[in-house]
Design a protein. Structure first.
Length: 309
């Protein structure tokens, strides 16, 4: 079994024409009349909740320029700019289709829109931003699959394996037994942002380390494997994220971190109906949507990195 790289770049550049089959937590809260939004304690969109979460860890008055990498349909940036209209924004996306949708959602005059690969983005320009947002996107970044300790410790000449070897050694990353998947692109992205000295960074994604709180464990189908798993989607594969690896990279580069499940800032209103939906396993479409939403609030994690000093 040889290591190989799973990349979504070609799919996003040339084939993506909808996110309809990728139901993100952000999209679940977009409809004010939708069942997921009604299950929250406060009637706010995802981006509005995110703005409040970030305010706990950074001073918005010190943010003059922010960059969102892989902005989906633009919902997050639209809401952040609504809350902080003086901030200048840049949207960077590899997908021409999504960049077009972002212009429609955010407004062509509200932000700069750049079509391009984050890993090719100018390092000096990256250093000019005060806040970088990577919301539900790093699972799309390249993953190194079927890697093992023997390959990392040997003399494999595959460039991505050599890069992974450097990251594991330099940052002291946890190494499991047997073949595993390594979030190579996610680790490199955090390294690039921290090396550029971006003062604050927000990362979120489906986690392979998420654990349900004890009181909800009987109702949520969660059994975290501890290392990334494949998520098969239309035309491409994504991988869940090992956030402890990203924390190790950021910590070594002088950042403090705050990490937790989405449920930390998207608070469920625990009504009798919501409790019934979780306990009954009702197959009604609306009930299934709410159950999936609540489960995702614990499956998805966020990581906020703030530069020390």
């Amino acid at each position: 079994m040889k290591p190989f790289v799973s990349s979504t770049a070609d799919y996003h550049r040339h084939h993506l024409n909808s996110l309809g089959w990728e139901l993100t937590v952000c999209a679940m809260t977009e409809d004010p009349e939708g069942p997921c939004r009604r299950a929250l304690g406060e009637d706010l969109s995802y981006g509005a909740h995110l703005s409040r979460l970030l305010a706990r860890h950074l001073d918005w008055m010190r943010v003059s320029r922010m960059l969102e990498i892989g902005g989906g349909y633009g919902f997050v940036m639209r809401d952040l700019l609504a809350a902080h209209p003086r901030v200048r924004a840049t949207m960077l996306d590899i997908s021409p289709h999504l960049l077009s949708r972002q212009r429609e959602t955010v407004g062509a005059e509200r932000a700069e829109f750049i079509e391009g690969d984050f890993f090719e983005f100018d390092k000096e320009r990256l250093a000019s931003y005060d806040l970088a947002i990577l919301n539900e996107i790093i699972g799309d970044f390249p993953a190194l699959c079927d890697i093992d300790a023997e390959a990392l410790e040997g003399a494999c000449e595959v460039a991505e394996v050599q890069t992974a070897r450097r990251l594991f050694r330099h940052y002291g990353l946890e190494l499991p037994e047997g073949p595993f998947v390594f979030n190579l692109g996610a680790a490199l992205a955090v390294e690039k942002l921290c090396a550029a000295g971006v003062p604050a960074i927000f990362v979120s994604e489906h986690s392979c380390e998420a654990i349900a709180p004890p009181e909800l464990a009987p109702f949520l189908a969660m059994d975290p494997p501890g290392f990334p798993e494949r998520i098969g989607l239309k035309g491409h594969d994504e991988y869940t994220i090992k956030f402890s690896h990203l924390e190790s990279v950021a910590r070594a580069l002088g950042y403090r971190s705050a990490r937790g499940p989405y449920a930390d800032f998207l608070h469920v209103r625990w009504t009798d109906e919501v409790r019934f939906i979780l306990a009954s396993r009702s197959a009604r479409d609306e009930h299934e949507a709410v159950r999936q939403f609540i489960e995702d609030l614990y499956r998805y994690e966020y990581l906020i990195l703030v530069k020390k000093g």
